[in-house]
Design a protein around this ligand. Structure first.
Ligand code: FMN
Length: 336
């Protein structure tokens, strides 16, 4: 399949693996790129720019296909040394950066001068237009369903994607709630040129996380995510667990007076406890509603091949079948 996104990034399939803290290591990024998508290493999971340089080199050893690095611009007073991280990306020969969080505007010249393509993750049309204006090559439009930070507008992708298509000139991918061929074809129908998946890629053989995490994803349903930190205007969609229940209880007690210190134990240092130790009650970790569509743990290549084969079948058979009036068809189900 050829779209503006496959052409922009030089990849075979219009499927991107979004940056994920403590998940987006070289193993997963390389597996996604080897399967024909765009794998992404999560920059800030590497505690220093030197460690990121090593992770990029490790990924380069595992794939000769294009891969990217995620740089998340956090709302923090003690910012990580972003220029040094960008230097590691540039010197590692990486040609795609997925930015997220705050606007990447101040770092655009450094990225562009190195010939790096920038795809910025946005949860609104106005932020997408700003990304386009400051020279981003593409946008990852992240709907309210998404795992991680859906922003504060609460607009799901059925509305957000066509709105983005109406306004954007640069290509965009649909992010949030994407799991299978049906997601991809729907995203394309709504004007996207591909899709970005986070949560779905964690439940794959190559995702370097504790088996308990994959088991929790297979067992959970679409009813099992919660929104936390709304009062702080730093909303995060997470998987429900004991730590999250405690967090929500504190949020209920404190109301609008909530401070980040009040929930420190339920949000700080949780990722290694979940992803490395498999302590599934540790606290808040990002997870999308799409968890309700995850029923297996395939290899990345099995997942990507399945998505592309079923997308072709949906387009060629189901959709053209409607036009040809061939026969009434059963609902499109994911094939296991
Ligand atoms: C466990 C996890 C960690 C994430 N960490 C980051 C991150 O560090 N930076 C970032 O930009 N996005 C992060 N995301 C968001 C993903 O890149 C992606 O945008 C999101 O998962 C898409 O929604 P989906 O989970 O419904 O596919 C994370 C998502 C998950 C599930």
């Amino acid at each position: 399949m050829k779209t503006a996104i496959t052409e922009l990034f030089g990849i075979q399939h219009p499927i991107i693996q979004g940056g994920m803290h403590y998940v987006g290591f070289a193993e997963l990024a390389a597996a996604v790129s080897n399967a024909g998508g765009l794998g992404i290493i999560t920059g800030l999971t590497q505690k220093t720019p030197e460690l990121l340089a090593k992770e990029i080199a490790r990924c380069r050893d595992m794939t000769d296909k294009p891969f990217g690095v995620n740089l998340t611009f956090l709302p923090t007073f003690s910012a990580p040394p972003y220029p040094e991280y960008i230097a590691a990306i540039r010197e590692g020969g990486v040609k795609v950066v997925e930015t997220a969080g705050r606007s990447p505007e101040q770092y655009m010249p450094a990225l562009k001068v190195a010939g790096i393509k920038v795809i910025h993750k946005c949860t609104s049309v106005r932020h997408s237009l700003k990304a386009e204006k400051i020279g981003c090559d593409a946008v990852s439009v992240d709907g309210f369903e998404c795992g991680g930070h859906p922003g504060e507008d609460d607009i799901p992708n059925m509305i957000l994607l066509p709105r983005a298509a109406d306004e954007l000139k640069v290509p965009f991918v649909a992010s949030g709630g994407m799991a299978d061929a049906r997601s991809l074809v729907a995203a394309l129908a709504m004007g996207a040129a591909g899709m970005n998946m986070g949560t779905r890629f964690i439940a794959t053989k190559e995702a370097p996380v504790h088996p308990n995490v994959k088991k929790a994803l297979v067992e959970a349903t679409e009813l099992d995510t919660r929104l936390v930190m709304r009062a702080l205007r730093n909303t995060e969609r997470v998987l429900k667990n004991k730590g999250v229940d405690e967090l929500l209880e504190i949020e209920r007690e404190k109301g609008a007076a909530l401070k980040i210190e009040d929930i420190h134990d339920q949000v700080a240092g949780v990722y290694p406890r979940i992803m490395v130790d498999g302590d599934m009650d540790a606290g808040a970790w990002s997870c999308g509603m799409v968890v309700g569509l995850i029923n297996d743990v395939p290899t990345v290549k099995e997942l990507v091949d399945r998505i592309m084969a079923e997308a072709e079948a949906i387009i060629r058979q189901r959709l053209t079948g409607f036009l040809d009036g061939v026969k009434l068809q059963k609902p499109a189900r994911a094939v296991a």
